[in-house]
Design a protein around this ligand. Structure first.
Ligand SMILES: Cc1ncc(COP(=O)(O)O)c(C=O)c1O
Length: 425
């Protein structure tokens, strides 16, 4: 009976069917069930995960497939939009910090795990946002978890856009606060929720991605700020994909809407546009001080290596004066988007370097993704649990260092497959 059940399960490849231990199963049997599906030869979308890159971030790269085959690709799958991961000035500073401080810090930030370079980075980030102080976490994911769970607790209510990043939702769950969710970018939905919060619930935090990681659109911060004032809420923005990219000088989504002084918690990731690793929060002095003591992913996690921090100091020098390649990036974003639209693709409402190519059908997505790589284009695949299955898509990222010719070549290949699978005419 059990055997038959497991066999049927193996044909049902939905991600969520492998999360729970089934009745009568050993804890690890779900891993065996996943393995069976992956070995079965049915395309699941997992095939292209875990590719090995053979180079630093660059427009023409090489990847190693799981069978060991190494082949060239045009890179449309890196979040290092400004190509700063491989910027010579940044790499030189990283290398100097490596020589001076070694390759690991050996301690958490509060226990002598940081150097003057770490302090310099926090000061540069605070300055970038015109805030009193900033705190740097060793991981972006941990940054959101730590901030939300430190500042919110059982008496508080957190109001989320449904498209917020997983790390925000995980932080919410960890916090024990009441969690409310409004449909993506639906300001009426947000107000409906806010208007129903009981008066006695005074600890209120609205959280939104600045640039949404899967759609590339910008949160409607003008309206969110207005509603936050009306309903007495604090605002946290995770601008992981906006920093360095959007806004008149690259200061992100809040600058785009000219509401920088209205944001309580300016969160961002050092791993995307800045090209390194880690996350930060720029805020008032006493908030940052509180986070240093109460954010557990800060207190209980080893500090960023000095090499990464050394590189990031150069990144913030460049970004401060808007010299980090933002203008070059935008030429490529506009060009890529136009070429995809000309071919007939639905690219949603992207306002950033993240450009979705909507496929809307998982079997088609899996086939296109698999063939794209083999034909020499590297893009990311996005379906459940990152987005709803019926909104599955390819996720393209523009890089500042791509040439128009490389973009042309990549779009031709994407269009060839789009036609083959009926995504475009
Ligand atoms: C919006 C957003 N927040 C947070 C993170 C986590 O950042 P990191 O990858 O640096 O841990 C990501 C990364 O995917 C993201 O897209």
């Amino acid at each position: 009976m059990m055997e038959a059940k497991v066999k049927d399960e193996s044909l049902n490849i939905k991600f969520e069917n492998f999360v729970d231990t089934l009745e009568g199963e050993d804890l690890f049997d779900k891993a065996k069930r996943v393995d069976k599906v992956l070995q079965s030869g049915v395309l699941t979308g997992y095939e292209g995960l875990g590719m090995v890159t053979m180079n630093k971030v660059q427009p023409e790269s090489e990847i190693k497939e799981k069978d060991g085959n190494i082949h060239p690709v045009i890179m449309l799958g890196s979040n290092s939009y400004l190509s700063l991961s491989s910027n010579p000035q940044v790499m030189k500073a990283a290398s100097e910090a490596l020589d001076k401080f070694g390759y690991g810090m050996g301690a958490v930030s509060n226990y002598a795990g940081i150097t003057d370079l770490h302090k310099e980075l926090e000061a540069r980030i605070a300055d970038f946002y015109a805030c009193e102080d900033a705190i740097v976490f060793p991981s972006g994911y941990g940054c959101n978890i730590g901030i939300v769970s430190a500042l919110c607790g059982k008496n508080d209510v957190i109001i989320n856009d449904s498209a917020n990043h997983a790390s925000i939702f995980d932080g919410c769950a960890l916090s024990g606060a009441e969690i409310k969710v409004f449909p993506h970018a639906d300001m009426k939905g947000l107000e409906r929720i806010l208007s129903r919060i009981p008066d006695e619930k005074t600890g209120r935090l609205i959280i939104t991605d600045g640039v949404f990681s899967m759609d590339g659109d910008i949160a409607k911060l003008d309206k969110i700020v207005e509603l936050a004032e009306k309903y007495h809420c604090r605002i946290m923005i995770d601008d992981a994909h906006g920093v360095g990219v959007v806004g008149p000088t690259g200061r992100g989504a809040a600058e785009y809407y000219d509401v920088m002084d209205k944001i309580d918690l300016n969160v961002g990731m050092l791993s995307k546009g800045p090209g390194g690793l880690g996350g930060y929060c720029a805020a008032k002095r006493e908030i940052v001080q509180y986070l240093r003591l109460y954010a557990r992913s800060y207190f209980f996690s080893t500090a960023l290596p000095a090499s990464v921090v050394g590189g990031l100091n150069e990144v913030f020098k460049l970004m401060k004066d808007d010299n980090a390649g933002r203008k070059e990036l935008w030429k490529n974003i506009e060009y890529l988007k136009q070429k995809l639209v000309d071919k007939g693709f639905d690219i949603g409402h992207s306002q950033s370097a993240v450009v979705p190519v909507m496929i809307y059908d998982e079997p088609t997505l899996f086939k296109m993704y698999d063939e794209l790589r083999k034909k020499g284009v590297y893009v990311n695949i996005v379906t459940y649990p990152a987005v709803r299955r019926k909104e599955c898509r390819l996720r393209l990222c523009a890089l500042s260092t791509l040439t128009f010719e490389q973009i042309d070549r990549a779009v031709e290949i994407i269009a060839e497959l789009g036609k083959k699978y009926g995504v475009i005419k």
